[in-house]
Design a binder for this molecule. Structure first.
Ligand SMILES: [Zn+2]
Length: 314
């Protein structure tokens, strides 16, 4: 058994890119489910910039039910998936073969945020059409209605790829509107921003992708343009996890792109990297099992979690 495989037992990778993509993927959804099961993982979350992934998740759960991997999906509100639209959110929440199959997360856009569009040096018209969270005043329509839907269905709000200051404001407004489950990709935030969003009850997400070699090359994400995603050093990520504390941290792979190992192997490497910065197996388990398990209401074999989202003790 490769070193680190024991850390994968019971884990949940809430960030797997195995859905079809315009440039292919290292594996498909059913393969990702089988590989997760073989590693003893109990859940995977499918991320897709082009479509609500709940349908593929429901199919994988039904087809591979005997593997007892809870495969879940959700909606990233990118334009090809319907954009920032309350109707698209409503459909995603109800999508599936039976109640409970629907989206378990609703994510703000990733590349169609002004934050990323500016980084990618998109045209002024492109940037203008992208989402930005204002520092004060009302959120742009129809975000208030979408936050209410997320709160009512008690699913995860993912902050997408907005900036640190925008995420701080989003968390504040979302909490005020009753959203209980919030996940913020946090690798590029400042320590103060991480402190603020976790103090407000959100979880900070750190992914293998950001510390991997995938940030060395231009990759296509939502169209034909190749862009180099900004990376972060392992030391910096460690500082930010220390700030968030394991009790408010979620570790994920963000694998599926060709240049990275398939998701299970990517997560194994990532957990070994994180362990090397000083976390023992118990702390790792909190960050990659208990926290994402509670946040996304991941089933534990035959037993369902109670849906409590109090952070586990570190
Ligand atoms: Zn991703």
């Amino acid at each position: 058994m490769a070193p680190g495989m024991e850390l994968l037992k019971g884990s949940v990778d809430c960030h797997v890119h195995a859905c079809p993509h315009i440039n292919g993927r290292s594996l498909d959804v059913l393969q990702a489910t089988r590989e997760a099961a073989a590693a003893g993982m109990r859940g995977i979350g499918l991320m897709d910039n082009f479509a609500n992934s709940s349908g593929l998740a429901a199919l994988a759960c039904r087809e591979l039910a005997d593997l007892q991997v809870d495969v879940f999906g959700g909606l990233i509100m990118e334009p090809p998936a319907g954009g920032v639209s309350a109707d698209a959110v409503r459909i995603a929440l109800g999508y599936g073969y039976r109640p409970g199959d629907g989206a378990r997360f609703i994510s703000l856009p990733t590349h169609h945020t002004r934050n990323i569009a500016r980084l990618e040096r998109r045209s002024p018209q492109y940037v203008e059409g992208c989402l930005e969270i204002p520092q004060r005043g009302d959120l742009p329509e129809p975000l208030p209605e979408i936050l209410d839907l997320v709160a009512a269905h008690d699913v995860v709000l993912n902050a997408g790829h907005i900036s640190g200051p925008e995420a701080v404001r989003l968390v504040e407004v979302a909490r005020d509107r009753g959203v209980q489950r919030i996940l913020v990709p946090a690798s590029h935030m400042s320590a103060d921003e991480v402190r603020e969003i976790t103090a407000a009850g959100a979880f900070a997400e750190f992914s293998f992708f950001a510390v991997s070699h995938a940030v060395q090359v231009g990759l296509t994400h939502v169209d034909a343009e190749k862009n180099v995603a900004p990376g972060v050093s392992l030391a910096r990520m460690h500082e930010l996890i220390q700030t968030a504390t394991p009790a408010h941290t979620v570790l994920s792979g963000d694998c599926g792109v060709y240049v990275l190992p398939p998701p299970v192997e990517g997560l194994r490497e990532f957990l070994l990297l994180i362990a090397s910065t000083g976390y023992d197996a118990d702390a790792i388990r909190v960050m990659v099992d208990e926290n994402p398990g509670r946040l996304f209401k991941v089933a534990d074999g035959a037993r369902s979690t109670d849906g409590q989202i109090q952070p586990a003790s570190p």
